[in-house]
Design a protein around this ligand. Sequence first.
Ligand code: 0X9
Ligand code: ZN
Length: 299
Amino acid sequence: NMTWTRYYDMESINSWLDDLVSSYSVVTAIVGGRSLEGRDIKGIKISHGSGRRAIVLEGGIHAREWISPTAVCYIIDQLLTSNDRETRAAAADYDWYIFPVTNPDGYIFSHQVNRMWRKNRRPIGSNYGVDLNRNWNNNWLVHGSSSNPARDDYAGLGPFSEPESRSLSSYLLTLQGKIDLYLSFHSFGHLLLLPFGNTTEPLANYQDAMNIGRRAMGALSVRYGTKYVTGNIAEAIYLATGGSIDWVKEHLQVPLVYCYELRDQGTYGFLLPENQILPNNEEVMDSVIELIHQAKRFG
Ligand code: 0X9
Ligand code: ZN
């Protein structure tokens, strides 16, 4: 069992997921694809029956952002064990497709070798790694991305050149038309980002997505007073293209798509102390419940 007082490595997360599959009849194992070094992108599906709309959670695409996988695992735990009425309804009313660590090679590398590793582990000459949140086939290499493999925002040799982003996107295509809500978890900055990363123009359902996001961040702030800013990627953080949420929004036509930048605001940054894991995860769960509330009215 997870305690939410420490960060877990890849092996612990994977065996926890395996345990859930054997312990809960509503949980099945899913594989979102395969990493460069040959690891499964392990996930679980939580389903209380057929014919439900889908919610997708994507964590750990950036290796060093350790609060992301634990937040996603906490949401899984709450969906399966909470006695709260709204949380139980959220679990039962949707098919949940959940991937805590979508960059397993990088996550392991950040635990074993370099805590500040961000990318996958693709060897390119004497360098390593493609930024998996610059490699999706949506305005690839247009903004906030590098063609230099030494850089942390290296976009790769082409759109979907990397097995992680390519295979995960293929998996997501099998859910096309079913997804009501897609959430990507990063750190840090206390932000809730919505598409797109190439322009500050209020595209798609910008106004609805902003209103819903702000309500959810209101719910997030209730427990500990943590304040998040909601905005599209380009206006709230910086121009950056080739990220997962832009591709999901554009190619899968998902009504509500967000990217969290979790705790904190830079005091500890990626090295968020373990005593902030539980409060971070609790407030995020509060906001996810509110998002679902809104998604239902919106749908
Ligand atoms: O730069 C990123 O990929 C994200 N920030 S982070 O510090 N976690 O690396 C922001 C992602 C915004 N989303 C897209 N650009 N699609
Ligand atoms: Zn990130």
